[in-house]
Design a protein around this ligand. Structure first.
Ligand code: SAM
Ligand code: SF4
Length: 356
């Protein structure tokens, strides 16, 4: 039985509505964290010493993950799955997880966000298992800057991983880059040139206050407007005419000023802080230990793991998940325009512990 709330004819916990919230948004895009562990220590995400990792039995098992995705797709209208973490490639049973999900859902787009360490050895197997596409995070093309940002000297391994993914046919490779003032912001045009030359879609992401070190400041972050300006020191950017269709990145066509008729590629800018897209958000997040978060900045978490480990049926799990999403906040408030903006507080969890 659902609980009748403010929207006429619609009830909280009515799974027939999918993952609907009180603001009329329906989540169809599932971000699932496979682990909280990672082998890099990006300064905007993790502290140098790492975090207190979850114990193995605290993390959802392969079977629990596969069941949860099945409930999401079959009962709640999930139409797209993104695997993330922590670093999903550190999970030993990653290939089997993808194979099992693919067996249940032949048409589901399954993508993965990864730092690409070790991807050179596993790209072909991931493709065979049914992975559709990857996003690789890489913030610099200079080994020293990469090591400064990630606290690990592994740029060459990341580049090998990207090449292997491209050769394995893992769809359109997207590259995520966070620009940090005075560290890699000057590399914006070089990163664009590198990506378009290889047919990759680069996406610059505004740094969000989700670092475990709590070092983020609004003044310190590079804004989307600044990112466009940095790229425009070398290229001409014009809005991509394709429909954005709920995507977080605003896409721009990239041209050389000397040959303005030729589109070299596209670049995306994800302005989560200064131009938030909360009104069109279609995401539901599940952490590695099975907690639903309706928003990256949500302070509410709803546990599904205990339910999955009890005698509860799929319907019970679906109902609790839909109840968790019903109360998704209207906006995160980071830009000081959303609901609750005046009291925006950085969440306790950092990005790697949520699943970015
Ligand atoms: N380890 C994988 C990776 O780095 O791609 C997946 C998890 S990581 C948390 C997912 C994405 O979140 C990465 O693209 C990373 O750059 C981004 N990210 C992490 N912390 C961030 C922050 N404070 N602000 C903006 N993006 C962040
Ligand atoms: Fe690891 Fe990804 Fe966080 Fe970097 S951004 S520390 S690679 S989880």
């Amino acid at each position: 039985m659902g609980i009748q709330l403010g929207m006429p004819g619609i009830t909280r916990g009515d799974t027939a509505q999918g993952l609907l919230d009180t603001h009329g948004r329906r989540a169809t895009d599932m971000r699932l964290s496979l682990t909280d562990k990672c082998n890099l220590r990006c300064t905007y995400c993790m502290p140098a010493e790492g975090l207190n990792w979850l114990q193995k039995d605290q993390v959802l098992s392969r079977e629990e993950i596969v069941r949860l995705v099945r409930i999401g797709v079959d009962q709640l209208g999930i139409r797209e799955l993104r695997l993330t973490g922590g670093e999903p490639l550190v999970r030993a049973d990653l290939i089997e997880i993808i194979r099992d999900i693919r067996a249940n859902h032949p048409e589901l787009p399954i993508s993965m966000t990864t730092n690409a360490l070790g991807l050179d050895r596993r790209a072909a197997a991931l493709k065979d298992a049914g992975l559709t596409r990857i996003n690789v995070s890489m913030d610099s093309l200079h080994p020293g800057t990469f090591a400064q940002l990630t606290r690990r000297p592994f740029l060459d391994r990341v580049l090998k991983g990207i090449e292997a993914a491209s050769e394995a046919g893992l769809g359109l490779v997207k590259i995520n880059a966070v620009l940090m003032r005075g560290i890699n912001d000057h590399e914006a045009p070089d990163l664009v040139a590198w990506a378009v030359a290889r047919g990759f879609e680069l996406r610059f992401i505004e740094q969000m206050p989700l670092d475990a070190d709590h070092g983020w400041t609004k003044e310190g972050m590079i804004t989307a407007a600044e990112m466009r300006g940095l790229v425009e020191t070398r290229f001409v950017l014009t809005p991509d005419p394709r429909n954005r269709d709920g995507a977080p990145a605003e896409r721009w066509e990239v041209r050389d000023p000397g040959a303005p008729d030729v589109v070299l590629g596209t670049v995306g800018i994800i302005a989560s802080v200064t131009e938030p897209f909360c009104a069109d958000c279609r995401r539901t997040r599940v952490t590695a230990e099975g907690k639903v978060m309706s928003c990256l900045f949500s302070r509410e978490e709803t546990d599904l793991r205990d339910l999955l480990r009890s005698e509860a049926g799929d319907d019970d799990v679906a109902r609790r998940w839909s109840e968790a999403m019903w109360l998704k906040p209207k906006a995160h408030g980071m830009d000081h325009t959303g609901l609750g903006a005046a009291d925006f507080v950085q969440p306790d969890r950092s990005m790697s512990a949520i699943g970015g």
